[in-house]
Design a protein around this ligand. Structure first.
Ligand SMILES: [Zn+2]
Ligand SMILES: [Zn+2]
Length: 136
């Protein structure tokens, strides 16, 4: 399958020739800051299946202390993807177009959620991480 995504202004676009996997939402304080939201919403990609279609020159990035970072559109501020060692490892679900045929499978670090967030009933949730959880 082919999945596309773009930022808020639409000038940065990407394509994934494959599937997303391990969609998750992390409610820790760091993800709240990184995603400017109540939680992250993020899925992994196979790095070799990801490519930028347009606007790559508009990307800027922030890399945190553990080598994991994000890339943003510097025109509109959308966070498009997560990078590790310079390679795109995953995408923010908010920038994915249409139906990527995946749902958030688990909510992690719910024990650290913001006081103002109400977690919907019935979602798979964990107080902290789960053993096979990667960052973000
Ligand atoms: Zn943009
Ligand atoms: Zn987190």
């Amino acid at each position: 399958m082919v999945i596309t995504g773009e930022c808020f202004c639409g000038d940065v676009r990407y394509q994934i020739n494959g599937k997303l996997f391990d969609a998750r939402s992390c409610h820790c304080s760091r993800c709240r800051k990184a995603f400017s939201s109540q939680a992250s919403s993020y899925a992994l990609v196979t790095p070799s299946q990801f490519k930028w279609i347009s606007g790559e020159h508009l990307l800027t990035s922030y890399v945190g202390e553990h080598g994991f970072g994000f890339r943003f559109c510097r025109q509109c501020g959308s966070t498009l993807c997560g990078v590790y060692n310079g390679e795109v490892q995953g995408v923010t679900l908010g920038c994915v177009n249409g139906d990527p045929q995946i749902e958030i499978g688990r909510h992690i670090y719910v024990g650290s959620k913001a006081s103002w967030e109400v977690i919907p009933e019935g979602v798979v949730q964990y107080e902290a991480g789960v053993p096979d959880t990667k960052k973000a």
